[in-house]
Design a protein around this ligand. Structure first.
Ligand code: GLU
Length: 287
């Protein structure tokens, strides 16, 4: 029998809060209950927002709540070449294209479109779908703009990617119990695969790393439930066997809002300074 492999994959761009504690400890509990392994991955592709100090603080907080993980830790910032290779494959398959529009350009381009602009589709995170302008550019125009040094990201040509796959995709979900979920990557439109300043994005790195690290069970918050549709599509394009997914409920604040890294009162460091114990943290998140 293969040993289950779990991972906790925070981004060191702020301090951990109770929601992260729940996710990390749930991963640990599920790994222990199944005789599995637990890996830790730093999703630190954003070199401006993720800092060594924040990573150090994060590791300290995780140790304090009693998490143990295998070493070495995988740091995404050390593997840009791997993501670049994956991106090159999609470029070679002509499934991604250079996208030059800034956020304000996107709005303007949509306003200039004929038809019902008020109901322009939005992705599950609420962002407007990328308009078709750049998808339609000729190769020579693309080359001209790139040659001029215009900044661009790489976006997936969703329509073409779906045609390439040619069948519906789904994933195995275990929350609240085991069932199949139909993936709906089309809901994302032409999603970003590589950001302007780097050869990757959250979606690309997470799919490549989960595969390289042999992750069998992805346990993460429901805020990433819809992103799994994009991950399934990328896995299929790269011939990767998908893990099983478990999207757990989020820890909410008193007003029913999702916790954020910028809030102090639910930060693990703050709670520790107030004299809370790791046992109390487990109690607070119900584990
Ligand atoms: N790095 C992501 C975050 O901190 C989590 C990624 C994942 O678990 O897939 O929200």
């Amino acid at each position: 029998m293969t040993v289950p492999v779990f991972r906790f994959a925070p981004s060191p761009n702020g301090h951990l809060h109770l929601g992260h504690a729940y996710s990390a400890l749930l991963n640990q509990q599920m790994a222990r209950n199944t005789g599995g392994r637990l890996l830790l991955r730093m999703e630190d592709i954003d070199r401006e927002r993720c800092t060594p100090d924040l990573e150090r603080a994060m590791l300290e907080d995780l140790r304090w709540i009693g998490l143990d993980w295998e070493t070495p830790i995988r740091r995404q910032s050390e593997h840009f070449a791997v993501y670049h290779k994956a991106l090159s494959k999609l470029i070679g398959m002509e499934l991604v294209y250079p996208a030059f529009l800034s956020r304000s350009d996107i709005k303007r381009a949509i306003e200039a479109m004929p038809g019902d602009r008020d109901h322009w589709p939005r992705d599950p995170d609420g962002a407007l779908h990328y308009p078709p302008n750049d998808r339609m550019l000729s190769k020579s125009e693309r080359d001209r703009r790139i040659g001029e040094g215009q900044p661009f990201s790489w976006r997936l040509n969703m329509q073409r990617a779906l045609e390439h796959v040619g069948e519906k995709l789904s994933w195995s979900e275990t929350a609240p119990d085991r069932h199949l979920v139909e993936a709906r990557p089309q809901d994302w439109g032409d999603v970003i695969i590589a950001r302007k300043d780097m050869p990757t994005s959250y979606h690309l790195s997470v799919v490549i790393d989960d595969a390289l690290q042999g992750i069998t069970h992805v346990v993460r918050g429901t805020d990433l439930f819809h992103a799994t549709s994009v991950h399934r599509l990328l896995q299929r394009l790269f011939d990767i066997d998908p893990p099983v997914y478990h999207h757990h409920a989020l820890v909410l604040d008193r007003d029913g809002q999702k916790l954020s890294k910028s809030r102090k009162d639910t930060a693990l460091r703050e709670l520790r300074e107030q004299g809370k114990t790791p046992q109390e943290i487990r109690g607070l998140v119900g584990l």
